[in-house]
Design a protein around this ligand. Structure first.
Ligand SMILES: [Zn+2]
Length: 366
């Protein structure tokens, strides 16, 4: 962002409307000037009772010019970890030296949040397949449109927080279109160990925002229906690092995670799925390193009959990024999300973990 050119202002006819300074954040219905912040409840729809459906938005416009960034969470209504990340950045951090503007959207899918469900309860629509939205379209797309045009499009980049779908858990990782230089810059600065490259499905906030010129990454962290403190703290480190990279908090340092792997081909990642229905005995947690041929889990029937035990082995050596927590499956249900590791990355990971074991923690927060 840059301020208005004074010479340009001088050349205007006196009948022109007053120019809005680039450093002012404007949305439909309001403005937030430099040095001001605002807590807004912004209407995006209406309930069956005709009451407004309003999302909480905090806008913090710094004293100093700089980029405009959004942080968003709970596009899926039961994915809570990101809500606390966004709230702490908005309300617990000191922004006296903020260079730029923060747009904080802790709960985008308010109807889903109220019901503690992933989807909009209205026909089970997925808000995170409804961006950029459209006026005059479905209820979900109208909501998405209100959010997108007012609070996403004015930004220079963004971070959208998610967790795994309920019943599973994810290691903290970034998902980003690494062919987009802006999105790659955000993803690298967030300093997660794992980045899964790809543009993401059509209608997701990160894909549609990135395509609209607002490079956006998704951060996946933990499980639904929980506040997981270590993951939240790790994500806050990532946000601080991104703010340092983009100059929102000048003088702060960009964090290096110690090792990093960027997964950019389908050969390097797979969802292992159950081929039998039953009860799962999972042998590894999220963030575990498994060797090719290691037993990932067994699936048994209610009688634990030996001849019916199904053993699932790792098809390649890799890291368990996502894993089942609710230990029951139909055939075809996902068991774990495994990503491959280059030998160098694996060595760095093992050194990192050996180092952390000599400290007070037995394992890194993943
Ligand atoms: Zn999600």
């Amino acid at each position: 962002m840059s301020g208005n050119d004074a010479a340009d202002d001088d050349s205007r006819e006196s009948s022109d409307p007053p120019a809005i300074d680039d450093d002012v954040f404007t949305y439909d219905g309001g403005r937030v000037d430099p040095g001001e912040s605002a807590n807004i409840r912004y209407g995006i729809s209406e309930t069956y009772l005709g009451d407004p459906v309003r999302i909480p938005v905090t806008i913090i416009n710094g004293d100093h010019p700089g980029p405009t960034a959004f942080l968003s969470a709970a596009a899926h209504g039961d994915e809570l970890n990101g809500i606390e990340v966004v709230r702490e950045v908005a309300h617990d951090w000191d922004h006296a030296e903020l260079h730029g503007t923060l747009v904080c959207l802790p709960v985008m899918n308010v109807p889903g949040f109220l019901a503690q469900e992933r989807y909009l309860p209205i026909y089970d629509r997925d808000l995170n397949r409804s961006f950029p939205g459209r006026e005059g379209s479905t209820s979900a797309r109208r909501m998405a449109h209100r959010i997108f045009t007012n609070f996403i499009e004015p930004c220079d980049f963004g971070i959208d927080f998610h967790t795994s779908t309920r019943g599973r858990t994810n290691m903290l990782h970034a998902r980003a279109n690494m062919d987009d230089p802006g999105a790659a810059r955000v993803a690298c600065a967030f300093s997660s160990h794992v980045i899964i490259a790809g543009q993401g499905p059509s209608g997701t906030l990160r894909r549609e925002a990135t395509d609209a010129g607002v490079p956006t990454v998704t951060i996946e962290m933990g499980e639904a229906h929980r506040f997981q403190r270590r993951l939240i703290d790790r994500a806050l480190t990532g946000v601080a690092s991104v703010f340092a990279e983009f100059g929102l908090h000048p003088g702060a340092a960009v964090h290096w995670p110690g090792w990093r792997t960027v997964i950019d081909s389908d050969d390097e990642k797979t969802w292992l799925r159950a081929d039998a229905g039953g009860i799962v005995d999972m042998k590894h947690g999220r963030g575990s390193l498994v060797e090719e041929g290691d037993v990932i889990c067994t699936i048994t029937n209610p009688f634990k009959e030996k001849e019916d035990i199904v053993t699932v082995e790792a098809p390649f050596t890799g890291l368990i990024v996502g894993v089942l927590e609710n230990p029951v499956v139909y055939p075809g249900n996902p068991l774990c999300h495994l990503v491959g590791l280059e030998p160098d990355t694996r060595t760095a990971l093992e050194n990192d973990r050996t180092g952390s074991r000599t400290g007070s923690r037995s394992q890194l927060p993943m």
